[in-house]
Write a protein that binds this ligand. Sequence first.
Ligand SMILES: Cc1cc2nc3c(=O)[nH]c(=O)nc-3n(C[C@H](O)[C@H](O)[C@H](O)COP(=O)(O)OP(=O)(O)OC[C@H]3O[C@@H](n4cnc5c(N)ncnc54)[C@H](O)[C@@H]3O)c2cc1C
Length: 308
Amino acid sequence: MTSLSQNAFKVSKNPGGFTVSFEVFPPLSDIGQTNLLQVARDLERFGPSFFSVTYGAGGGTQKRTLDTLQQITDETSHKLAGHLTCVGATKTQTDAVAQSYKAMGVKSIVALRGDKPKDQDKYIPHEGGYANATELVAGLKNIGGFDISVAAYPEIHPDSANRKADLDNLKAKFDAGADRAITQFFFDNQVYYDFLEATADHGITAPIVPGILLIHDFNNVKRFAKMCNTNVPEWLKARFEGLEDDPAGQQLVAVSTAVEQVLELASHGVRHFHFYTMNKSNLAIAVCRALGLNTRQTCAPSLETSVV
Ligand SMILES: Cc1cc2nc3c(=O)[nH]c(=O)nc-3n(C[C@H](O)[C@H](O)[C@H](O)COP(=O)(O)OP(=O)(O)OC[C@H]3O[C@@H](n4cnc5c(N)ncnc54)[C@H](O)[C@@H]3O)c2cc1C
């Protein structure tokens, strides 16, 4: 009798032909920075297409993105992507950040509008800044030499009037020159399949990569999902019910949930996955191994480095 994994993938390096990418955020502290570097090293073995670092509003966090990109560039072999938003900056200032990415060898950008400040009802573009992601993509194309990803919303962006307005906006980002979209996280795979169908009907042919949130803290996820318009299905709530004070139990459920989601997507032909890692490597490692990805069969990169 053959096992499911043998049936599905046979035993070889990356037999499913999967590619992955990982997303992290710039840490606030020195210890967070050290931990993140270890996460980057832990995930090197899966040979991601890119390793992306988010970008927040305001000068301080922008510097942290640049510093994080620089450190991971210096210490690992990852191909990096820098996120970039339009928030709080003129076009010239935003362009200067893109040029800094390029100067450090980061030629992939995840181009975003960014969120409105908490105390505002709606997003107000910065005077002299890019008004939205479409304008930012056009600005980056003008500079030239970037691979550009944009955001997509299977459950519709909270600012969108309806599905059509959302799809029009996504189409505009591709028409401006984006190479692919990465989705907001979702838990119900059918939502993603329906979205792919809707984008195809809308004339969108570029890749739309599923963004997979790895659940490290279910209460936080519920809060975040509400802000993002992501539905948290009842079956998922039931899985985590009663585990509030049981981190180990939560982790087991999180691993099985993520593996199940990813393998189901894989069975529908999905070959690239973007993981929201929350700056932790354990769940990402479990899922990548379940996909049959373990391109370096030796010990962790951090140990290899210390042997050299
Ligand atoms: C993969 C991914 C990565 C992300 N990374 C970051 C990050 O690093 N930093 C960060 O701050 N945030 C990040 N976000 C969140 C993102 O910034 C927010 O979702 C933001 O509210 C929208 O950004 P966008 O690029 O999708 O905006 P856009 O595509 O520009 O549009 C967002 C909404 O505004 C509407 N809209 C746009 N232009 C107009 C217009 N001219 N008139 C009327 N309506 C308009 C659109 O219909 C759409 O609903 C990320 C999201 C995803 C999915």
